[in-house]
Write a protein that binds this ligand. Structure first.
Ligand code: NI
Length: 229
């Protein structure tokens, strides 16, 4: 499932993030790439242990925490501390690759995150740069994604994907991975669809409607069956 989530960060928070990133000391993006993807990767990244990175990580995590659709779609168990990157100038693209299946969380005793879901949160307005589309290959063909600042795209960690060259301006983004309570993309998708329709039904039929109560039970019983917590 590829899903567009609107306004994970407010316009004020996006401004704040951009102000921090503008003065930040950027490093080579290859530090977090695997051996194969390092050959395709040419961008800049904020060092993970910098004060700027820690401040912005909290900003993004707070945005995710208050976003009900993110929770419903991702059913997060663990979230890798968000990373930040910049594409533009001579460091402007990331060719086709698949993200590593398991990530070690820096600064922990070997804590791991299985990358069931990949996320990109756009921080630059689309009209301020050319190129920079995130292209995700899936069974319906290649999806090209370029979103308003503050919006996020969530897609399966299993996908081959790339970032097209940025030919004007700079593209700032945050990216990270989610280990989901529900490992299967198919099962997670079914739960998300069911939850979405249930929310509509609650509005039209009311919280105390017998069918609403019954279907809410079915949702939770499926989650109980499939969730690993
Ligand atoms: Ni990637």
């Amino acid at each position: 499932m590829l899903l567009h989530l609107r306004q994970v960060l407010t316009p004020d928070e996006v401004e704040q993030a951009r102000a921090v990133l503008q003065d930040a000391a950027w490093g080579d993006g290859r530090v977090t790439a695997g051996v194969q993807s390092a050959q395709m990767k040419n961008n800049e990244q904020l060092p993970q242990d910098s004060a700027a990175a820690r401040l912005l990580q909290q900003l993004v995590l707070d945005g995710l925490n208050r976003h009900a659709v993110f929770f419903s779609a991702a059913l997060p168990k663990r979230i890798f501390p968000p990373l930040f990157n910049r594409y533009g100038g001579a460091a402007n693209a990331f060719g086709n690759h698949v993200d590593n299946a398991v990530r070690y969380v820096p600064g922990t005793q070997g804590e791991r995150v299985r990358t069931d879901i990949s996320c990109t949160l756009f921080l630059s307005e689309p009209d301020t740069y050319d190129g920079g589309e995130l292209c995700v290959e899936d069974t319906f063909g290649t999806q090209s994604v370029k979103l308003p600042a503050g919006d996020l795209v969530l897609y399966p960690g299993t996908s081959v994907h790339r970032v097209e060259p940025v030919t004007r301006g700079h593209r700032l983004a945050s990216f990270f991975w989610v280990e989901s309570m529900v490992r299967s993309d198919e099962q997670r998708r079914l739960l998300f669809d069911m939850d979405t329709h249930l929310m509509r039904l609650r509005t039209s039929a009311g919280e105390t409607d017998a069918a609403v109560i019954g279907l809410t039970g079915t949702y939770h019983n499926l989650l109980r069956l499939w969730a690993d917590v």
